[in-house]
Design a protein. Structure first.
Length: 543
């Protein structure tokens, strides 16, 4: 057996808040051997990230504290209670961490070269020339094309996958013994996900390091890890070899996680469904202007000649990588983004109308965004958020009638109406997304654009939202445009499918046919990345 690298024993973490003490981690014990990949899984709030931050002693003290008897030993050395000087020597050198959201973790004011160079300067004291050479080696190692051109780039100038690769380069700069990856692929497209996971596996083998993978995606665990620890409510509920736990889970919570993947097929759509939204040759081109006179020298073709029909009670899924134009297409159909081409709603031309002429139709055309925390106002209560649309469109008449509609909408999406006077921060991610759905559904719409409504949610919550959307569609004959990079979710909902890349349609048709037998190489690469997590480098998805 390989020597134990990290040993966590009876770890407890408490947060002392004005309203009382909250126990985030309660008695966690786990071990990581040298060169081993260990997965720590569970839903949001289970204590995974708090446990990882405890290893590096990055918890917000004194609000957070370890309970008596807690122990974290790295190479036999106790880290809890270690001096700040000793911890600085360990952090970023012997133990590194990749955080979930690279756009938040990277400094927006510093270029790539400075951010990676800082790690080398602190721990290695390299000269500017030597550091620059090492940075180029690291960027090349993590698969950043033309690394010399990226040295002066700021985070906002990189794609999501590139930002995550920069984070990996920073974490690996000093070739750590242990790499902690906290949800490293949650916000990434399926092809980029597969590339990042393949990269981590390749670098782990090359450097001989151990990997602690924190995730709620059990498909990633099955592919990457040797040992798995399952957490619920701060407690460890099951652990063991991945093959054993996946084949014969003992704890009910583990069984529920394994069964939580969105399943099933779309409900049979009405045979007599009429077209509700029809678009032909829709184009959204953004001008590229240069020079003193700001002349247009080129265009970014976000949507380039797409036609689509959405019928009552049907779901059209739109899939593709970031930057493919999915969201822009949805906004154009809602007339929230100016475009060229024909757009009709219920056989009425809405493309050439004035904004005020569209106001009566806004009630029938709604949208649910990806991030409910960002799309819900933190200053309004849930009741005020849901009521806002009713007031704008003059629905409900009296305050009492509006209150009844709010209660009905919350009940329909599975929320307790008694919680309507709370604020968004008092709800979980899944509950906030239900609020966002209730805000749209209270207006009794006919067409809803769903823009990545499940991508930031745990697997079990994803399955619940899919079931909810399916149920609402059947009851109200809703037409959905479902935008997502998660093909498993799309497969469970979509009647028809559009595969987009660089603003154009790669493949379009019946969802069952495309999922079963994709014709285009790019579609096949997306399917392979989503369902098999096969290794896909950037060049492998070219059409």
């Amino acid at each position: 057996m390989s020597p134990t690298l990290l040993e966590i024993d009876r770890l407890g973490v408490e947060f002392r808040l004005p309203e009382g003490t909250n126990t985030a981690v309660d008695g966690l014990s786990m071990r990581i051997e040298k060169g081993q990949t260990v997965a720590l899984v569970g839903e949001s709030g289970s204590g995974k990230s708090v446990s990882a931050l405890s290893v590096l002693q990055l918890l917000p003290y004194p609000v957070a504290r370890h309970t008596p008897g807690s122990s974290i030993r790295f190479k036999g050395e106790e880290l809890i209670g270690a001096t700040e000087i000793r911890l600085r020597a360990v952090r970023g050198d012997q133990i590194s961490m990749i955080f979930q959201e690279p756009m938040v973790s990277l400094n927006p004011l510093h270029v790539v070269e400075k951010q990676i160079g800082e790690v080398l300067l602190v721990h290695k004291g390299l000269s500017a020339g030597a550091a620059r050479q090492r940075i180029l080696e690291l960027l090349d190692m993590v698969g950043i094309p033309e690394p010399e051109k990226r040295l002066g780039a700021y985070p906002h100038q990189l794609s999501g996958g590139q930002r995550q690769r920069v984070m990996i380069a920073m974490a690996l700069a000093n070739e750590p013994d242990l790499l902690i990856a906290d949800e490293p692929t949650t916000a990434l497209d399926v092809t980029i996900q597969a590339q990042v996971l393949a990269l981590l596996a390749k670098l782990q083998e090359r450097l001989g390091m151990s990997l602690l993978l924190i995730t709620h995606d059990l498909g990633i665990v099955r592919k990457m890890a040797e040992q798995v620890y399952v957490m619920q409510g701060g407690r460890l509920v099951e652990s063991g070899a991945v093959e054993k736990v996946f084949a014969a889970p003992e704890h009910p919570y583990t069984r529920r996680l394994l069964a939580a993947e969105p399943e099933g097929a779309p409900l049979p759509a009405p045979a007599d469904a009429k077209p509700l939204v029809r678009a032909e040759n829709v184009k959204v081109w953004f001008p590229v202007k240069r020079g003193v006179l700001r002349r247009t020298v080129d265009h970014i073709k976000a949507v380039d000649g797409i036609s689509v029909t959405v019928r009552e009670g049907h779901t059209v899924g739109v899939v593709g990588e970031s930057g493919s134009g999915k969201t822009t297409l949805g906004l154009a159909l809602l007339r929230l983004q100016s475009s060229e081409g024909v757009i009709e709603f219920d056989a009425r031309d809405i493309q050439g109308g004035r904004v005020r002429d569209l106001r009566p139709l806004r009630r029938e055309m709604q949208v649910v965004f990806q991030d409910p925390f960002g799309s819900l106002s933190p200053r309004l209560s849930i009741a005020q958020i849901v009521a806002e649309g009713l007031e704008v469109h003059g629905m409900g008449g009296s305050p009492e009638a509006r209150e009844a509609l709010i209660v009905e909408a919350l009940e329909e999406v599975g929320l307790d109406p008694e919680t309507r006077h709370r604020y968004p921060h008092e709800f979980s991610g899944g509950q906030r997304q239900r609020v966002a759905i209730a805000r749209a559904m209270v207006l009794k719409p006919r067409f809803v654009v769903l823009d990545e409504p499940t991508s930031a949610l745990d697997m079990s919550v994803q399955a619940q939202i899919v079931d909810l959307l399916r149920d609402l569609q059947q009851r109200h004959r809703l037409a959905y445009l479902f935008i997502s990079h998660d093909l498993k979710v799309v497969r469970a909902l979509a009647d028809e499918l559009i595969v987009m890349r660089d603003g154009r349609v790669v493949e379009q048709g019946e969802a069952r046919r495309i999922f079963g037998s994709p014709r285009e190489a790019y579609t096949r690469a997306l399917m392979a990345a989503a369902f098999d997590l096969e290794v896909r480098e950037a060049g492998a998805v070219s059409t």
